[in-house]
Design a protein around this ligand. Structure first.
Ligand SMILES: Cc1cc2nc3c(=O)[nH]c(=O)nc-3n(C[C@H](O)[C@H](O)[C@H](O)COP(=O)(O)OP(=O)(O)OC[C@H]3O[C@@H](n4cnc5c(N)ncnc54)[C@H](O)[C@@H]3O)c2cc1C
Length: 398
């Protein structure tokens, strides 16, 4: 294992995953990576278009552990990533998540997940319709079976934050620690045997590498295709709508309705974000095509059914971004990329990558620098599970 700190590590993609990996490599291991990012404005990057929520209510142990440890990092991000005495602020709040089920089968799933979450000290409670109504009098509960709520006392460990600020904080701190960010659109690689040796950008520049890391978000399927080892990661558009309603919903958590519609409050009273999975989940739909009929025909009726006060509301803005969807099992792919001896990936997080970036970046940096995970073992995310036909299925993908 090469332990030199002057190894040339080249990272393709400078969003939150690439920036976090670059920071941990430089800060913890003294390795100054070169990060190739094709658009320094991050116009299309998922890290700039996210809903930026963090939760503990997952159905797999590894996702719970990763989010728990990432949360600890995000709570302390000001001190961790301060540059020249300036502490980044990401506005993390933790009002909890509320998953709702309207069927007996769905309630059984919530109970099973609750048991797993209890094993990992996740602070959640199962609430029947009467308990839901008592806690949230603004909620229509007649058709519900059960809810699973992240309890906010003392802290739920679930909420939301400014993901773009988190990405920029990693990026700035990585640069201060010695990483180099270069604007370059990677279009080709050369390799001999199992080693990738050079990376080529669209203008003909060549970057030599001892190790290559692919953190290209929704484009990771494309970049690994260029390497000849394509991963099943696809760009899937998700629409987000900002709404305004003359309503106060005290202590509102991020609510996931049985219809698949979600909403959460914003900082200003009467303002909320909401969304839902698309009705047709096609690849590479352009991001300027927000599906307003999805809001009119699906999201708004579901919101008004669940919270009657949403009967009158107005959309103030909307945007779309890409989930980096891993079609194999909707979970991150982290670690060595076979068949290569010097290529690593962190992609495919399928809508929960921002909250996992600190721990994934930390783990990937450990793997590259020392040959093994030193803190949390991320081998459940190994790429080889695809070839083994052993999915790590996450049921809670919003
Ligand atoms: C609407 C929406 C809501 C979301 N909600 C949440 C949420 O609530 N919680 C959560 O944790 N996550 C959420 N996510 C997911 C989260 O935003 C992503 O998992 C995360 O931002 C992925 O970070 P990344 O660095 O891998 O990808 P990105 O931020 O997309 O960065 C990848 C970078 O790679 C660059 N790149 C691509 N190809 C090349 C190339 N050939 N050469 C050079 N550079 C290249 C791109 O320009 C891009 O900047 C949401 C995403 C969306 C779109």
């Amino acid at each position: 294992m090469d332990r030199r700190t002057d190894r040339r590590v080249v990272i393709v993609g400078g969003g939150v995953m690439g920036s976090a990996t670059a920071w941990f490599l430089a800060h913890t291991h003294g390795i100054r990576a070169v990060v190739l990012e094709r658009d320094m404005s991050y116009a299309l990057a998922s890290s700039a278009r996210s809903a930026c929520a963090i939760r503990q209510q997952f159905s797999t142990a590894i996702n719970i552990r990763v989010s728990q440890e990432s949360l600890l990092f995000y709570r302390a991000i000001g001190a961790q990533l301060a540059v020249a005495g300036e502490q980044p602020r990401i506005g993390l709040v933790e009002p909890g998540y509320l998953y709702l089920s309207a069927t007996a089968e769905g309630a059984t799933v919530l109970r099973e997940q609750h048991a797993l979450q209890q094993q990992h000290a996740v602070h959640t409670a199962l609430l029947d319709p009467a308990a839901l109504s008592a806690r949230f009098p603004w909620l229509h509960v007649n058709d519900l079976e059960l809810g699973s709520l992240g309890l906010s006392t003392p802290t739920s460990g679930e909420g939301w934050f400014d993901g773009y600020a988190a990405m920029q904080a990693f990026r700035r701190a990585a640069i201060e620690a010695g990483a180099q960010f270069v604007e370059a659109n990677v279009v080709r690689f050369t390799q001999d045997d199992a080693h990738v040796r050079t990376i080529h950008d669209a203008t003909g520049r060549v970057f030599e590498a001892d190790e290559v890391v692919v953190t290209a978000g929704a484009w990771s399927g494309h970049v690994t295709h260029l390497l000849g080892a394509p991963l099943p990661v696809h760009a899937r558009k998700r629409d987000v709508f900002a709404i305004e309603a003359d309503v106060a919903l005290p202590d509102a958590p991020l609510l996931i309705d049985p219809s698949g519609v979600w909403f959460r409050p914003e900082a200003e009273p009467g303002r909320f974000l909401c969304g839902a999975p698309p009705r047709v989940d096609a690849d590479d739909v352009p991001l300027d095509r927000v599906d307003h009929s999805l809001f009119d025909e699906h999201i708004w009726p579901a919101l008004a059914h669940r919270v009657p006060a949403f009967d009158a509301l107005r959309v103030t803005s909307s945007w779309a971004g890409y989930y980096e969807m891993n079609d194999f099992d909707h979970n991150g792919l982290v670690g060595a990329l076979p068949p290569f001896a010097n290529v690593f990936v962190a992609c495919g997080f399928s809508g929960h990558g921002l909250q996992q970036a600190p721990v994934v970046g930390r783990g990937l940096a450990e793997l590259i620098a020392t040959g093994r995970y030193q803190t949390l073992d991320l081998t459940p995310f190994r790429v080889t599970r695809i070839g083994e036909g052993r999915p790590l299925l996450e049921r809670n993908v919003i």
